[in-house]
Every structure is written in C-alpha cells, then in structure tokens.
Design a protein around this ligand. Structure first.
Ligand SMILES: [Mn+2]
Length: 432
C-alpha cells in the first residue's frame, strides 16, 4: 500500500461551511447571554483553544474485557498505524497533539524514526507507560506473584530494568514523564505481608526515580483492586501520596477516574493532592461500577465538571507547581475508538470551559455565609450552560471540524482503513 487515506483540510473546511450558519448564530447568542453574566466569550474560546489532552497509544485499537475482544474493521495493526489514527483525531478536534506510549505493546524498533514520523503528523509524546502486570514472551521471570514488590529480588530487578528501558525510550521520543502502575497485590488474606510489600515497592521505585532525567517526573497510579482481589500494594491516594513524598519532588500521584471505590469523592482527592503539591496527572475515563474504562463524561458528567472545577480553581488561584498531565485511558469495546477518543477529548474540553464559567466570587461568598444552596447554584449555573458553540468555534479557528463526529463519518475514514489494513493476528490493544 503506497497511498494512505487522510482526511484533508479541504474536506474539513467544506464540511464546516454547512455547519457555520448555525455556529455563528449560536455563538453570538451565547456571547450575549454570557455578557449579561459579565463573561467575555472570546476569553473562554481562547481557554478552549489552549486545552490539551494526550491520547493513549493503546486506545486507538479495539479494547475488550477478560471475556472477549471484538475487533473492528480497519483497526491499526502497529504503532505507525496507531499514530496515523491519533493524528486523525487531532486533525478533527485540535486538542490532542500528544500520544502516551505503552511499552512493550507499542515499543518502537527505532525510537528516532518513530519520533520523526510522529512529528511529521504534528504529534509529540506524552508520559511513557511501563507494563509489569503481564509476562512478555521470553522474559526470564514471571510477574504472576508481583513485579516491583515481588519477594524475589531477581524479579524486582527485571521489573526495574523494564522501567529504566521505558525512560530511555521516552528520552529518545521527547517524553518528559513516566507512569508506573503495578498490579501487585494478593488475592487471599495472608498471601502478602502488607508492610514488607510496600517497603519493597519504595526500594524499587527509588532506583527508577534515580534514573529520571532532571526535567522528568514519575507518576504513580493507584487502583484499589484488580487484578489482585483481596489487597493491592498501591491501593489508594494516601499510599500513593506517602510514596511520592518518600521518593522526592519528581514523584507525583496520578489519578485514574476509574480506580476508586464506588461513590468516592474524587474531586476532593484532586483538591488534596493539589494542596499537597503532588498531583501529577490524570487518566480520564468514566465508570458505572469499577474500572470500566468507559468514555470520559459518558456516565457522570457532573463529576467530571467537579474535578475540573478544582483544577481551574487551582489554576486561577496560582497554586504552586500546578502542572497536571492530562491523558485519556479508556477501553473501547463496542465503539469506533476514533469516535470515542474524539468525543472524550471534547467532553474534557467542555468540563474545562464550564469550570471557567463558575462565578468564583459568588461561590466564595456563598461558602463564607454558609449558603449551601447558593453555592450549589453557582456550580450548577456553570454546569448547565451549553458551551458547545465555544468549543466548536475553538476547533474551527484551529482548522479542526465544527462537528468532528459528522465530519469523521462523512469522510469514510474507517471504510478506507478497512481496505488498507486487512486484519492481522495478535493486535496488542489493551484488555486493561
Ligand atoms: Mn489508568
């Protein structure tokens, strides 16, 4: 195959022409509404244009559950095709110019070449992701009973070496952060000595931390259960925070929205980590029951807004070292991954813009007066404002699509890819 189908700028412009009539009308109307509230719509559009979230390399392939995976036609068969899909997403939404790479699923044969290929597509690399939660062909030791916390030093050393390799590859790709999530834990009471396992984690992480370049950060991702169903070593934000403080300033906590017990107040965890200077970043997704990895904003959009409310509040108030990395981490089992990732990026952007709409003076006054309803009303007023015209305008001004989903579908991209990419065996899309 020599020619690969791409959605051209001309096609996007053509599609935008049809949508421009309603967009101009709606943008003007919303601008007038916001003006009455003392808000300048243009400044919000600028905010929307500044929003960025990284796409996970594993997210553009069809995901699955532990029961099955149902591959879609035309899905990418390797990292180069995955990057092509990531570039397509960014071309339409103009908010996802970076990719978070998973090693070894998407380990490049030549990192320099991959970096150049990505750059030609307008893409860069966000945080690296290691994998010591499954065994790779030919590796000497198994992670069945743990990796960075395994009782056997040889297994720990193998897991540490893998993380160091991820950092090395990341340096060649221009990444500036490394994310560590381990599945280590126990399935039965008594299986693991809780304190010793955590000591071993810190000992291993110190070696990984020591290998970080000066301008890098390491993110520790916690998750309260699965694959370990009784106890998990890095199970909650408190444990993650303790480890981050033990390791040093380059170690921070990563919040995956699906990695909490049901009904946990995630926005409050976000506020705590912000206050303690340890909020490294996010894996955005949504969930109904557990680590469902559903599309961001699909189940609990108000929670997503409340998370961004904390982030924007910290940004506006100049909280020290505010620099969270935003990444999507989802499993697209029944949707076209490109459609899911585009709409998820848009949902994050929506929550971000809505959070900027919160009247913070009114909110603070209500808080000081003990006016619970007034405080809630200030938040709801922002959350119930339809900011679609703002986000659509932001995209269009950056050369993206007014309606990314409609434009994507009209382009026939997936059908072209189905022909270009006959199905291959063993696609490494995540069942994670
Ligand atoms: Mn995650």
């Amino acid at each position: 195959m020599t020619a690969h189908f791409e959605i051209s700028d001309g096609f996007i412009a053509e599609q935008n022409q049809d949508a421009q009539t309603w967009l101009t009308e709606d943008y003007e109307h919303l601008g007038k509404q916001l003006q009455r509230r003392g808000v300048d719509i243009e400044s919000l559009t600028e905010r929307a244009q500044s929003f960025r979230v990284a796409v996970p390399s594993w997210g553009v392939g069809t995901g699955g559950t532990r029961f099955a995976r149902f591959p879609g036609a035309g899905e990418p068969r390797g990292i180069y095709e995955k990057l092509a899909d990531c570039a397509t997403i960014n071309k339409l939404v103009r908010a996802t110019p970076t990719v978070s790479l998973h090693i070894p699923w998407d380990k490049p044969a030549d990192a320099g070449e991959l970096r150049a290929f990505a750059a030609a597509l307008g893409l860069g690399f966000d945080a690296m992701n290691s994998n010591t939660f499954q065994d790779q062909p030919g590796q000497p030791y198994s992670y069945k009973f743990g990796s960075l916390t395994h009782p056997d030093r040889a297994v720990r050393e193998q897991a540490i070496a893998h993380n160091l390799e991820c950092i090395e590859i990341g340096q060649q790709l221009g990444s500036k952060a490394h994310t560590v999530w381990i599945g280590d834990g126990g399935n039965f009471p008594g299986q693991q000595h809780f304190r010793r396992a955590l000591e071993r984690y810190l000992e291993s992480m110190r070696e990984i931390y020591a290998a970080l370049p000066a301008d890098w950060r390491v993110f520790m991702e916690h998750k309260f259960y699965e694959p370990a169903f009784y106890s998990t070593v890095i199970n909650d934000w408190g444990t993650s925070y303790y480890c981050a403080t033990q390791l040093g300033p380059k170690a921070q906590c990563l919040v995956d929205l699906g990695h909490h017990a049901p009904n946990v107040n995630i926005e409050m965890i976000v506020a705590r980590l912000l206050q303690f200077g340890k909020l490294g970043g996010f894996h955005f997704n949504d969930s109904k029951y557990g680590d469902d990895d559903l599309d961001a904003g699909s189940i609990k959009p108000f929670q997503l807004f409340l998370v961004f409310n904390e982030l924007v509040d910290a940004e506006i108030n100049g909280v020290a070292d505010f620099n969270p990395a935003y990444m999507l981490d989802q499993s697209h089992n029944v949707t076209d991954p490109i459609e899911s990732l585009m709409l998820s990026a848009v949902e994050l952007q929506r929550a971000y813009v809505q959070a900027h709409l919160v009247d913070r003076a009114a909110l603070a006054e209500a808080q000081d007066k003990g006016d619970a309803i007034g405080a809630l009303a200030a938040l709801k007023r922002a959350f119930t404002t339809d900011v679609t015209p703002i986000i659509a305008t932001a995209r269009a001004r950056a050369g993206g699509a007014v309606d990314p989903l409609a434009t994507y579908r009209a382009s026939g991209y997936r059908q072209y890819k189905a022909e270009e990419r006959p199905a291959a065996q063993g696609i490494s899309a995540g069942i994670v």
